[in-house]
Design a protein around this ligand. Structure first.
Ligand code: PLP
Length: 416
């Protein structure tokens, strides 16, 4: 949020409805679990918590191999996954999907890796078969890693990781598979072992319903073995020291309280049951998409979006993700009609009604608003947010067909 967006008329009464795609709503008991006296991070009582958080996180990741946490945001784990396994000059193939794919690719370049983008329209993602075709041409197996953002938070597009693995296998290509699960994990299914993922990066502050500050990497045996010879210079993110103690050592002081919070968040997720958590996210996402389709009168343009922005004018509001099989159940992005500043609408929602929405990133700034619908969320919260959006649309002069909330209600009526 920019300073400009915060310069409203003062305090807006009531609890803020926070619909940014991360951080997300955090259950009160998670805050409560962190409200406790300090203890020694080597105390057996804490090591028990740390060990349990490792086990619980691995269950969410469906990973039986290695897991290491950092006391950082997601960028720290992004860097850790690259720096521990690869060497300067290694070739990486990034599946393009939007802002976060571009930024992770940029980081890889800054670490000395050579990155090729598998180009894609951000509204559809790479077409099926494109990865297999590209890898099939790499007869010398020069590409060492395939990188993909499971859920592109900037566009609301989710990649089918099982299909990506199938294409790599069909091409007979041995590259490592690196997946960013930062805005997908615990919102929809991810299977580290089954999908043959080598490195999965995650963060505490989205589907895991915790504050920002913990990130982690699930690591396959193969990736761990490769770390023995990886040549990128590293210190803080290096795994060698971290692996000397079970479940892990931290470089410096362990962020003890963050683990107490994450332990409680994971306990809540387990109590609901992951499949039910996924079904809830799917249900709420469907309602949000129904509202947007209604507001835009079902309009579907053929415009494309890439790093240069939208390829043409947008007549009515529409979902940014144009592939119904790839729509995200944790983030929805809507293109606003051309000439309408999406940030003006977002400022009204925030400053007048205390509803925080995500902004368009990179070339989509001012052209898109994003709704985060992940974490500790239910029907009343979503319906309240949608009703408030419609109110703010009126204020902002944003063209829309009234009645989006009814469309959401109808969808929920069918899926509950
Ligand atoms: N990857 C994705 C998909 C994200 O959504 C984000 C943040 O929103 C990041 C990476 C970066 O994570 P962090 O902001 O915790 O460093």
């Amino acid at each position: 949020m920019s300073a400009d967006e915060q310069s409203g008329p003062g305090r807006v009464p009531g609890r803020q409805f926070f619909f940014n795609p991360g951080p997300t709503h955090i259950p009160d008991s998670v805050f409560g679990a962190m409200h406790r006296p300090v203890i020694d991070f080597l105390a057996p009582e804490f090591i028990e918590v740390l060990t349990r958080v490792h086990e619980r996180t691995k269950r969410v990741l469906k990973c039986s191999q290695h897991l290491l946490f950092y006391g950082t945001n997601g960028h720290g784990a992004w860097e850790g996954a690259l720096a521990n396994v690869f060497s300067p000059g290694d070739k990486m193939l990034m599946i393009e999907s939007g802002h976060f794919s571009i930024n992770w690719a940029k980081m890889a370049q800054e670490l000395g890796l050579e990155v090729e983008l598998l180009a894609a329209d951000w509204r559809h993602g790479v077409p099926a078969g494109a990865l297999e075709e590209r890898l099939g041409k790499d007869k010398a197996h020069e590409i060492k890693g395939v990188m993909v953002v499971h859920n592109e938070t900037a566009t609301g597009l989710a990649h089918p990781i099982a299909d990506i693995r199938r294409e790599m296998d069909a091409a007979g290509h041995p590259a490592m598979l690196l997946v960013d699960t930062i805005s997908s994990l615990a919102s929809f299914d991810f299977r580290f072992d089954e999908w043959g993922v080598d490195l999965a990066v995650g963060g505490s502050q989205k589907g895991l319903m915790m504050i920002t500050g913990l990130s982690f990497i699930a690591i396959s045996e193969r990736a761990m073995a490769a770390s023995e010879t990886a040549g990128i210079t590293r210190s803080f993110v290096d795994w060698k020291q971290m692996m000397t103690v079970k479940p892990q050592r931290f470089p410096g002081t362990t962020p003890v309280h963050l683990f107490y919070g994450l332990d409680e968040a994971l306990r809540i997720l387990e109590a609901e049951g992951l499949d039910r958590v996924f079904a809830r996210h799917a249900r709420l996402a469907g309602a949000i998409r129904a509202a947007i389709a209604h507001w835009g009168e079902g309009y579907r343009s053929g415009i494309r979006v890439d790093a240069d922005g939208p390829s043409g004018p947008v007549e009515k509001m529409e979902l940014l993700c144009a592939d119904p099989a790839r729509v995200s159940n944790s983030v929805t992005a809507a293109l606003t009609p051309s000439g309408i500043d999406a940030n003006h609408f977002r400022r009204i929602a925030l400053n007048k009604y205390n509803l925080s929405l995500g902004q368009g990133l990179g070339p989509l700034a001012g052209k898109v608003f994003r709704i985060g619908h992940l974490g500790d969320l239910n029907e009343p919260m979503v319906l309240g947010a949608l009703a408030t959006m419609e109110l703010a649309m009126r204020d902002a002069g944003m063209p829309h067909r009234p009645g989006g909330v009814q469309a959401a209600l109808d969808t929920l009526g069918q899926t509950n």
